[in-house]
Design a protein around this ligand. Structure first.
Ligand code: ARG
Length: 458
């Protein structure tokens, strides 16, 4: 118990269970021990504890961490308010009352704020690395599919042909944007709250620069009140997880569509599909569906913390303990979803020829044909009309752009000549794209080379 003095009675058991964060802030054990080690080092440095006390505290803290890692610490979840009190109590058990000196000039308010910043810093590194691995998987897959033609859609209606590589590279860019969002958070957690005390600093000459540097921060925070009240970086983290999940969810949806019998563009590995308990023929994309489904809870976590913080007067309020579960859950959910999606794409089989014939016998090159007319001097609006009529003619006569003759085209407009037919060849359609950013295989190869260069530079 960290605060018995002014109380006659112990906290009611139900009240303790209700208020305890130990079941989840146990996640912070490594960070909390590190913070305590550095804090005690600083206390020794400024003469508030002796060398012997310092050594005992260090030893005790090391032992707690070792016991925890070896699963030897029989930690009773329902006896403590949080990880901070559990560690202090264990330290007292190990080294006696001197453990109480560790909390000199410190409050759990600045302690937990420091722990959380350290924890976020750690998981940001993990996320950024996994995003890069995922990008590499996509770029490798793209390299193999520069000529794999698939329909591009708007409104989920077939629009214009693109390549599968082009489609994959769109996701590589989305992952890059995610990475930047996470990286930006690193700049928000450069200052160390430790030494802010409960809300108003300390009467001891704590060396805040020393602890900040030792813990890998650039400097101490400037305003003690804001230091213990600030959870903005957690909101930004939750937002980055939400957007990251939204990207994964859109991809998951596409994976589900692509693997359906209607599309048949990809086949997922048996390792990442499941069967039906009833229908023997089924191979279900459950993992993609779960990724899509889990997006909801990640959005929920973001709204949950925003709502918790709204209306809280400065500085620390116990409500703020509710920051942890959403943050831990969003990390776990986003990270595991990203990993699964990465592995699914690493093992996917692509049916490269799947759309070739089908698109040849469709109207996806209508825009290209209209562009051809424009080159011949016809205003685009008129060209649009002419090609529209040609599509209608085809539909009325059960024809497609795959089997229409030049004569038939000329019956719609005399201007058509042999070179117009070239516009209708699906195989060469991508090569005719000229603009920067288009699916022209040459440009797509350049995009791939640029991504690879970027990965190698890191
Ligand atoms: N478990 C608490 C939290 O996560 C630690 C800080 C408690 N501070 C306090 N004054 N009760 O917010």
């Amino acid at each position: 118990m960290l605060w018995g003095g002014r109380f006659d009675d112990k906290l009611d058991n139900d009240a303790l269970r209700f208020s305890s964060s130990l079941s989840f802030d146990i996640n912070l054990i490594e960070e909390d021990i590190l913070v305590s080690k550095v804090h005690s080092e600083m206390l020794f440095k400024i003469g508030l504890i002796t060398e012997t006390e310092f050594n005992q505290i260090q030893k005790g803290l090391n032992q707690i961490l070792a016991e925890w890692k070896d699963e030897k610490w029989n930690l009773k979840q329902n006896e403590f308010e949080d990880i901070h009190s559990a560690i202090e109590s264990k330290l007292t058990e190990l080294i006696g009352n001197q453990a109480g000196k560790l909390h000199t000039g410190r409050s759990r308010n600045d302690q937990v704020a420091t722990d959380m910043k350290l924890w976020i810093r750690k998981v940001l590194q993990n996320i950024i690395e996994l995003l890069t691995v995922t990008q590499k998987v996509f770029v490798t897959l793209a390299e193999d599919n520069v000529e794999t033609i698939i329909p591009g859609y708007t409104h989920l209606q077939r629009a214009q042909p693109v390549s599968f590589a082009f489609h994959l590279l769109a996701y590589v860019e989305m992952f890059e944007a995610d990475k930047n969002r996470f990286k930006n958070i690193l700049t928000e957690i450069e200052e160390c709250p430790l030494g802010s005390g409960a809300l108003a600093g300390s009467t001891f000459s704590l060396d805040r620069n020393f602890t900040a540097k030792k813990l890998g921060f650039k400097s101490p925070t400037t305003n003690a009140l804001n230091s213990v009240s600030d959870r903005d970086y957690l909101l930004d983290f939750l937002n980055a997880c939400s957007i990251g999940m939204m990207h994964l969810s859109r991809l998951a949806e596409e994976i589900i569509l692509w693997s359906s019998s209607e599309w048949e563009l990809i086949s997922l590995s048996d390792k990442f599909t499941t069967g039906s308990s009833l229908m023997p023929q089924k191979k279900n994309p459950d993992l993609a569906e779960l990724t899509r489904g889990k997006t909801g809870r990640v959005y929920g976590n973001q709204l949950s913390l925003l709502t918790t913080l709204k209306g809280l007067p400065l500085s620390y309020n116990r409500d703020m303990q509710e920051d942890k579960e959403p943050v831990f859950d969003s990390f776990k959910t986003y990270f595991s979803s990203l990993k699964i999606v990465m592995m699914m794409m690493q093992t996917v089989k692509i049916f490269k020829e799947r759309f070739l014939n089908e698109l040849q016998n469709d109207f996806l090159l209508a825009t290209d044909l209209a562009d051809w007319l424009v080159i011949k001097g016809i205003p685009f609006r008129e060209a649009h009309e002419v090609v529209g009529k040609l599509v209608k003619y085809c539909e009325d006569n059960s024809k497609t752009f795959g089997d229409i003759s030049l004569n038939e085209m000329q019956s719609i407009n005399k201007i058509f000549d042999k070179s117009a037919l070239e516009c209708l060849n699906i195989k060469t359609s991508l090569q005719r794209k000229k603009t920067y950013g288009s699916p022209n295989p040459k440009l797509v190869k350049k995009q791939i080379a640029d991504w690879k260069k970027r990965f190698n530079a890191k």
